[in-house]
Design a protein around this ligand. Structure first.
Ligand code: XIL
Length: 367
């Protein structure tokens, strides 16, 4: 009898939880007339091993970006040997669920295959560059919606970053990357993606780069502003200026990796350069148990302000993608200091919507 009762109770709780879940508003529905709402997906989620995440992704998002599995170190782990296992799974998942894939990325100085890291020969770098873009982009033409063709080519002062591609291929390599991508993937949108390009000097560099691509008669469809910012300190004016200036170039503007860190910064600069690290300390990791209400509030306010701005420019903005599904999965628990507890997204570690989620929904409803 007792056993029976507890089974009924258990099923009741499950049904209640399921129901409560179903009643959460959906970001993709709320913004359906404005812009796509995306999330980055990690390997576990792509493999369908994270059941709670799976459900939330289907409920909330209509666009997905692979967090890592379409980066070169995964797709071409050895010279001329490709591995598309996870990338194909992501494409299949998106197709089944009617989501757009923004493939990320073709050319980037980070997460390069090991064989490329110390490549000395310019001929070999060129061979890699042409083959990688051609092989990977053509495989996914008509299967993905878009590619981040080049990621993070710029320094903070707007000059080109001195990475292996600039070093071995020269100043025109970004134009060349787009030219090759255009040939290999004629049906796919092609984007330039970077962090801090809302900042005036770096923005000017990005604009010059985009104009150079356009002047060469090569197609570029949009620009992705990554959007790794700090709660309570989002550069709203710079973001607004950037939307205006980038869209004046006749291309789509997107926010492609949105998250708002609530933790102290080890430097006075804001960077998303994955190659930099800093040392941890208790002072740098203040919210190991929970995020205090006062900080929840700051986070919610920043998200509300940002989405109000996005809505103001919805005709210019085609997509807003969060860099992860929930706080537990965010890369900001490990960057730039390992082992911290960060809270940068709209869903908490138990996949429950935070007040930031409701403030974003309220912003949409008030428009
Ligand atoms: C990050 C991933 O989230 C991490 O899992 C990985 O270890 C490093 O890269 N800018 C980008 C993304 O364009 O690809 C980076 O993603 C975050 C910064």
């Amino acid at each position: 009898m007792i056993k029976k009762l507890s089974t009924i109770l258990f099923i009741g709780v499950l049904l209640f939880a399921d129901n409560a879940y179903a009643q959460i508003p959906s970001l993709k529905d709320v913004f359906k007339n404005d812009f796509l709402i995306g999330t980055a997906m990690d390997a576990e989620q792509i493999e369908g091993k994270d059941v709670a995440a799976d459900k939330l992704i289907k409920q909330q998002f209509n666009a997905v970006t692979p967090e890592n599995c379409m980066k070169a170190e995964i797709t071409q782990p050895e010279w001329n040997k490709y591995d598309f296992t996870l990338a194909d799974k992501l494409v299949e998942f998106a197709k089944k669920n009617n989501m757009k894939v923004n493939a990320h990325n073709l050319i980037w100085h980070s997460q390069l295959p090991p064989f490329m890291r110390h490549m000395q020969s310019a001929d070999s770098v060129r061979e890699y560059f042409v083959n990688h873009i051609t092989k990977v982009a053509s495989r996914y033409d008509r299967k993905v919606y878009s590619w981040d063709v080049v990621n993070e080519a710029l320094n903070e002062d707007g000059t080109l970053r001195k990475d292996i591609f600039l070093d071995k291929l020269g100043d025109d390599y970004v134009v060349e990357a787009f030219r090759l991508a255009q040939k290999a993937a004629p049906h796919t949108k092609l984007y330039y993606n970077d962090y801090n390009i809302e900042q005036p000097k770096k923005r000017a560099g990005a604009i010059a780069l985009i104009k150079k691509i356009q002047a060469a008669g090569v197609r570029i469809d949009g620009v992705g502003i990554q959007g790794h910012w700090k709660a309570g300190n989002v550069p709203m004016k710079d973001i607004e200026e950037s939307i205006k200036e980038f869209s004046a170039l006749g291309i789509e503007v997107m926010f492609t990796e949105l998250d708002l860190s609530v933790l102290p910064n080890p430097w006075d600069k804001v960077t998303a350069d994955v190659s930099v690290t800093a040392k941890g300390s208790a002072l740098m990791n203040p919210y190991t148990k929970a995020l205090p209400d006062s900080m929840q509030h700051v986070l919610a306010k920043s998200y509300a302000d940002l989405f109000a701005l996005f809505l103001k420019y919805k005709k210019d903005i085609s997509r807003v993608t969060f860099w992860g599904v929930n706080d537990g999965q965010s890369w900001l628990n490990g960057f730039p200091i390992k082992g911290r507890t960060n809270y940068p997204l709209l869903f908490d570690r138990n996949f429950k919507p935070k007040s930031a989620f409701y403030s974003v929904i309220a912003t949409a409803k008030n428009q």
